[in-house]
Write a new protein. Sequence first.
Length: 305
Amino acid sequence: MQLRLQAPTPLVAITLDPALPPIWTKLEFLNPSGSTKDRIARFILEKAWRQGRINTRTTVVEASSGSTSIAMALACAQLGIRFIAVMPEGVSNERVLMIKAYGGEIRLAPKDGGIEGAIRITEHIAAEDPTVFLPRQFSNTDNAQAHRFLTAREIIDEIPSGRADAVVSGVGTGGTLVGLYEGLCDAGCQPVPVFARPVNFTREADVECCSFSCRIPGVVECVSTIFNPDNLPSLETIEVSDSEALATTRELMRKGFPVGPSSGLNYRAAQLYLAAHPGRDCIVVTVFPDRMERYFTTDLFQPFR
Ligand code: PMP
């Protein structure tokens, strides 16, 4: 059983600063629902289907403030399965409309409970209904496995040198960073895993529960059990101010990459890594997780209003 034929996303070498080597970037926003979360939706649901744990009488319920719910809604539509997204109140209308367009349903969780409150609601729904399947993106190791077996293998196939010296990503669930690191190690590389950590110097009072910065959605702390720094001994953390991440995102847009704030964060952190490790032959890999259209109502577009 395969959900759909999925073409590999392009891996392109992007140079914004000619003083630095190009950064090898996986254009994950070109996945069918517009984000890298199509990887985990497809991998988790296909595996559960093969194992007989889900079928067309199942209801899939997931807590997410955006991309994962949109990807799950599309994957469930393709499989003919009911889908309910549990999202903290205040999530942008664009996201709600996309989920509904794919046939998904929305349950809003109180804003002050954040994503943890939304996760608790999914547990309650599952406890009352045995036909419910919880993908549990924040604790399901198949999240990272999706990137290990799908995304990382594509990178190895596409990168001309067949080698990566560092892999850079922001962390929400941590599935991307952990999975890419493991997949590149499987292929014989010894990449340094680099955690791109946004730092919020403005609007501190507005920072939502678990977010490093409310201006970089999708990159959160304190909920995931997948990302454990103790299991990544060579981990480096690079801090990027959220304003710099947004400025880099806008620069990427003008170069033809219509991406969201976490892409600017990842690219800027990759630049800072390269600047700290001089040498023209350092090969750094990162990802652009999602698209700019999801952020019209956020700070990313503030200068254009
Ligand atoms: N960027 C965006 C837009 C996201 O939605 C997420 C995940 N919520 C991430 C980055 C981080 O990816 P991961 O969950 O694999 O750590």
